[in-house]
Design a binder for this molecule. Structure first.
Ligand SMILES: C[S+](CC[C@H](N)C(=O)[O-])C[C@H]1O[C@@H](n2cnc3c(N)ncnc32)[C@H](O)[C@@H]1O
Length: 284
């Protein structure tokens, strides 16, 4: 009967199946079938990927080690004034890097600012181990610890109102290098992360955020592969997730959490891949 396809189309099991099928087609049967099998058991895909974020990110760092991201040297240029106190350069500033990964934000910053002390956390044990085994790691400059900021209270590791600057950063320089931290979690969890970081931030402190913007080439690719699991929120082939921000969404999110927005802008860069003969619009 013609009703059947309609019934399938509105059945949530259908969209789950369609999602798994598209992951299977886009990456091939060899591509992490375990993740796809496991996702099949879960009624809610967002919940599944968020509950298993530690596993997916840890696998990411097991696989790529510290080779995936480049050091973020642009941070000094764009945000230098937040990391040092020109009036009194002996003043120690405390930075919290949330989702520190292998330390590509931390190490350029401690090299450039001798008075900076970094609190760094990540959900992946492998990422924290990579930070601690870095040649430039010094315990008196960096405190790296494991923490899922969506569920664990930062106050258990950091004193209240003790942090000057919090970084939530991703990188644009190289195509297919992604990610930052806030976009890695479901939009529903974002308000609780902001409350969590607010408790450790000084009243006159700053949050510096650079992340995916709506319309980015990577979003278009995920959209075309049918990998959206909730509004604006996508899963990649390796099980890690990304959300794409509009300026409106971002400023409302921070406003509702009690922050004032000092500055917000979208940066667009066209990157040409001559090998594949494509031009990519990257938005952050
Ligand atoms: C690739 S990145 C950014 C890495 C780092 N900021 C840098 O500059 O290289 C996103 C990071 O967020 C971490 N992450 C994802 N969800 C998290 C969570 N709920 N709590 C803490 N870290 C998380 C991931 O493990 C990953 O290292």
């Amino acid at each position: 009967m013609t009703v059947v396809p309609l019934a399938i189309a509105v059945d949530p099991r259908y969209s789950r199946w369609r999602h798994q099928f598209s992951l299977f087609i886009s990456h091939g049967p060899w591509f992490r079938p375990m993740a796809i099998q496991a996702a099949r058991k879960y009624p809610n895909l967002v919940e599944y990927y968020q509950k298993n974020a530690t596993k997916f990110w840890d696998n990411f760092y097991k696989r790529h080690k510290n080779k995936f991201f480049k050091d973020r040297h642009y941070l000094q240029k764009d945000w230098g004034q937040y990391f040092s106190d020109d009036a009194n350069s002996a003043n120690v500033k405390v930075l919290l890097e949330v989702g520190c990964g292998a330390g590509n934000t931390i190490f350029p910053l401690i090299a450039a600012y001798p008075e900076l002390y970094v609190q760094a956390c990540d959900i992946s044990p492998h990422a924290i181990a990579l930070v601690k085994s870095h040649a430039e790691f010094k315990e008196d400059r960096v405190n790296a610890f494991l923490c899922d900021v969506t569920v664990e209270n930062l106050l258990e590791r950091i004193n209240p109102s003790s942090v000057d600057v919090i970084t939530l950063v991703r990188v644009l320089e190289i195509p297919n290098s992604e990610i930052f931290m806030l976009s890695a979690v479901s939009p529903h969890k974002m308000p609780s992360i902001l409350q969590n970081i607010k408790r450790v931030l000084k009243p006159d402190g700053y949050v510096l955020l650079r992340d995916y913007a709506i319309g980015d080439f990577a979003q278009v690719k995920l959209e075309n592969k049918n990998q959206m699991i909730s509004e604006g929120f996508y899963v990649r082939g390796d099980g890690t997730c990304s959300f794409y921000f509009s300026e409106d969404f971002l400023s409302t999110l921070f406003f509702q959490a009690g922050f004032n927005t000092v500055d917000i802008s979208t940066y667009c860069k066209q990157i040409k891949n001559s090998h594949k003969n494509i031009t990519m619009d990257r938005y952050v």
